[in-house]
Design a protein around this ligand. Structure first.
Ligand SMILES: Cc1cc2nc3c(=O)[nH]c(=O)nc-3n(C[C@H](O)[C@H](O)[C@H](O)COP(=O)(O)OP(=O)(O)OC[C@H]3O[C@@H](n4cnc5c(N)ncnc54)[C@H](O)[C@@H]3O)c2cc1C
Ligand code: SF4
Length: 319
């Protein structure tokens, strides 16, 4: 690990000022960032610890529930307002990581955690995300955990967050603040597909601090589920996951995890289901529509059928 300066910020303004230098990085719970630095995947000259900022509260707001960027994953999952109105978020968080990790992990840090692609973490192997232009070890290598939708020939990594998949199905909005002021980014536009710039995971600019995430009231629900399929029943990332809710208008909404470089909203499946009877046959047809363009590789082609079955299971649970 390279030597770095440590600075604890006392206010949002101070954090943004201290976070401006090119080598600076914000530090949340540290459960991903510190590993990346220990493995020499990332090098930063300065860590700006944001954990003492007053962003650890969840408050009612006009458009919904505003979750502070420093709300711990454990606290968010147990919040009665989340359990009552945004149950899919709670279910997704509780199927991720371990209780110890969830006690440290923050809402902002969770959205920005990086892929678990083995080649990304191994600095002896090529990886366009870690070292642009070096190649992608996974395309012709061991690619069991990799993407089947939205990938490019530069990168087939998946986004690992469970919480982000639940937030995608809600159309959550990420609130950020930087040297140029405040802005809000719909979660649909927050994470990116790899294209030919797989080194850029999100549309957050350097030096911008996530201050919160808005869970919109239009996505409040009583019927919501998160089905996560993984190699072990605990402490493992998703091979495939599906967040499903029935929103206030009665519409089925679906998002997939473990299949793409970003949380994947299943818009084709949603469109297929609109106005149709809720039958197993229609659920399967919706899943077929969503996965029609999926592409598998040597070791992950099984995910295509797995994703279809997981969609059917999630829809059955919420119908
Ligand atoms: C063994 C293990 C198993 C895991 N299993 C799962 C799992 O099954 N599902 C799952 O979803 N996750 C899993 N995780 C990942 C875990 O959820 C993330 O590491 C955690 O959510 C990251 O949050 P953090 O606050 O610790 O972020 P950090 O590690 O502190 O930061 C991560 C990134 O976010 C940036 N950052 C942090 N806060 C802010 C902010 N407010 N504004 C701007 N940038 C910010 C940092 O600069 C860094 O780039 C696992 C982790 C481990 C180690
Ligand atoms: S899939 Fe992406 S992260 Fe993995 S080796 Fe290829 S470029 Fe790197």
């Amino acid at each position: 690990m390279n030597p770095f300066e440590y600075k604890r910020a006392g206010s949002v303004g101070e954090a943004i000022r201290e976070g401006q230098p090119v080598g600076a990085k914000f530090l949340g719970g540290g459960t991903n960032l510190i590993d990346l630095m220990k493995y020499d995947v990332e090098e930063h000259d300065k860590l700006v610890d944001v954990t003492r900022l007053p962003l650890a509260k969840t408050t009612e707001s006009e458009g919904g529930l505003m979750v502070g960027a420093l709300v711990k994953n454990s606290d968010l999952a147990q919040d009665p307002r989340v359990l009552g109105r945004y149950g899919v978020v709670s279910k997704a968080i509780l199927q991720g990581a371990s209780p110890q990790l969830r006690n440290l992990a923050t809402t902002g840090g969770n959205l920005l955690q990086r892929t678990r692609c083995y080649y990304f973490y191994d600095t002896a192997l090529p990886c366009n995300k870690r070292e642009p232009g070096s190649g992608c070890g996974a395309v012709g290598g061991f690619n069991r955990i990799h993407a089947i939708l939205g990938q490019s020939d530069q990168c087939i990594a998946t986004h690992p967050s469970d919480m982000a998949v639940a937030m995608r199905v809600l159309d959550a909005v990420v609130m950020v603040e930087g040297p140029k002021g405040k802005r809000s980014i719909p979660i649909a536009d927050f994470h990116r597909l790899p294209g030919d710039t797989p080194q850029i995971d999100t549309n957050l600019q350097h030096g911008e601090l996530i201050t919160g995430v808005m869970l919109p009231s239009a996505a409040a629900h009583t019927k919501g589920t998160y089905v996560k399929v993984r190699d072990r029943q605990s402490y493992a990332f998703a091979l495939v996951s599906v967040a499903a809710i029935v929103d206030a208008t009665g519409k089925f909404r679906l998002a997939l995890g473990g299949v793409a470089h970003k949380p994947w909203r299943a818009e084709k499946a949603e469109a297929y289901l609109a106005g149709k009877p809720m039958t197993k046959e229609n659920f399967r047809a919706a899943a077929e529509a969503e996965l029609a363009d999926a592409k598998g590789y040597e070791h992950n082609a099984f995910k295509i059928e797995l994703a279809k079955r997981t969609i059917v299971r999630a829809l059955t649970e919420v119908s």
